[in-house]
Structure formats: C-alpha cells, structure tokens
Ligand binder design. Structure first.
Ligand code: CA
Ligand code: CA
Ligand code: CA
Length: 276
C-alpha cells in the first residue's frame, strides 16, 4: 500500500514538474504575442545581422515581423526586426521602376516617435530615410515642422530593384547615444510610419490608418524592441536535451519509489507469515 502511494506521489510530483516547465515555456513565448492595442504592432528578434545591400533575402529576413500593404502598383511588404543593437527595417515596394534621378526619387522615409505615448509627432523626434542607391538620411523634426540632418548619421541603407520590386533595407541603432535619435531599450515601443515616394511624390503610407501629414501617432504603427529569447528557448537542441534530462530524472525518482515500495512489501510479508 505504502509503495503504491509512493508511486502515486512520485507521479503527481513528476506531472506537476512537467506542467511547471511547460507553463514557464509557453508563458515566456506567449506574453509578447498578446496585442496591447488595435494598432499595427511589429516586433521580432533576430540573432543574425541583416546585410544592408538592397536585397531582402528570405533567409536573411526570416525572423522579421512582416505586414503586407496594398500600394500604388500592387502588394508591398514591410519587415521589422532587431538584434542587440540595431533596428532593421525593410520595405519591398512593388513598382514599375526604381526612380533614381534627383527630384524624382523612389525613396522611403520612416518617421519615429518615442516614447510611444499616442502623442503628437513633435520637435526632436527621429526620422530616417533611404534614397537610391545608398543615401541614408538620419534627421530630426524641428519646431517649425521641417527636417534637419543629424550631426551624427547613425545607420545605413541600400535599395536595388529585383523583379517587380524595389528592395529598401535600413539599419538604425535603437540607442545610438545621439540626442537626435530614438533611445530605446528592450521591451520599449516606438510609434512609426513609412512614407513611400514614387518618382519624388508621396504615393503610399504604412500603416493605412494614417497619412504622410497626420502627426497623431495613435494612428501610426508601433515597433516594439524585442529581447533576445532565453538561451534554452532559442536553441531547440538545448531545449530537447533539457526535456530528456527532466524525463530521465522523473523516471529515476519513480523507479526509486517503486523499489522502496517493493522492499517494504518484502520485509512485511515474512512477519505476516510467522504470525499465523
Ligand atoms: Ca540584404
Ligand atoms: Ca543620428
Ligand atoms: Ca535622427
């Protein structure tokens, strides 16, 4: 009887332990996925740096959060991800050419507002952009509503034409130390909009809830700086190894309880026999 009870408690112990592990794993994974609001929120961690060469390779941007948007010439896609230092933004814009003459550029501008407080795009806020082939604009909004280039240009960009698309890739540190840039840490959010120019004119804005002039950032999208996943979760081999170790450990405890139960039964049996 006591042996059976021991096995039962070992099983309960094992089950609660496994449940605890599953809960802690799913909890870590699910918490960031909960949408905080109806605004478009993009957030993704990448362990590999993107190569800013104007080629949005599927493997290179596989980890990115993506959002499709219908633009002037068809469907385009916005990609967002970050590593420990940089925010990476890519936009694959469907277009019939890559306008690269002065005054008629196909270009993008990404306006950023932090903290992400649903407030107005205001003086001092960060704005970056990309013109063909590799002109990276790092600027800030002034109090008269114009943009000035930062004294320190932080980041880079490139755009090339591949098939029916213009591939824009940008890199901007999320905490460059420059007062004219965003200063974010892991878990922080920044409001953003992407303005897409066709032949020098505003053609589209992402997200569609805003336009190129609306300063109310509650209608913009949001980027949240993703944290690196815990080492255990980022490496499937480590995770499988840990589960194997736990199952082995639990099995061993159950085995020990069973052996102890058997031993107790064996020592009780002769006593009962001699009593009759
Ligand atoms: Ca690339
Ligand atoms: Ca800067
Ligand atoms: Ca700036």
């Amino acid at each position: 009887m006591s042996g059976n009870r021991s096995i039962k408690s070992a099983r309960i112990l094992a089950l609660s332990f496994i449940l605890m592990i599953i809960l802690s794993i799913t909890n870590t994974n699910l918490t960031p996925a909960v949408a905080q609001q109806s605004r478009v929120t993009l957030s993704a961690w990448t362990s590999g740096e993107a190569t800013i060469d104007g080629k949005i390779d599927d493997s290179e941007w596989a980890a990115a959060a993506k959002s499709d948007v219908d633009t002037l010439y068809g469907r385009s896609t916005v990609y967002i991800m970050n590593d420990a230092r940089n925010l990476y933004i890519a936009v694959k814009v469907r277009d019939n050419n890559l306008g690269d003459t002065i005054g008629k550029f196909d270009q993008i501008v990404v306006d950023l507002h932090a903290p992400d407080d649903n407030g107005q795009f205001k003086a001092g806020d960060d704005s970056i952009g990309c013109q063909p082939p590799r002109t990276f604009d790092d600027a800030f909004l002034t109090s008269d509503g114009s943009f000035l280039s930062d004294s320190s240009v932080d980041g880079e960009c490139a755009v090339t034409r591949i098939g029916d698309f213009n591939h824009f890739e940008l890199r901007h540190p999320f905490n460059s130390g420059d007062q004219q840039d965003i200063a974010l840490k892991f878990g922080d959010s920044v409001a953003f909009r992407v303005i897409i120019f066709d032949d020098g004119k505003v053609a589209d804005v992402f997200p569609k809830t805003t336009d190129s002039r609306n300063p109310n950032t509650d209608k913009w999208g949001s980027i949240r700086i993703a944290s690196a996943p815990a080492a255990l979760l980022s490496n499937p081999l480590l995770l499988v190894g840990a589960i194997v170790v736990v199952i082995g450990w639990v099995g061993w405890i159950a085995y020990m309880f069973r052996q102890r139960g058997k031993k107790a039964q064996q020592t009780q049996e002769p006593e009962l026999g001699s009593g009759t």
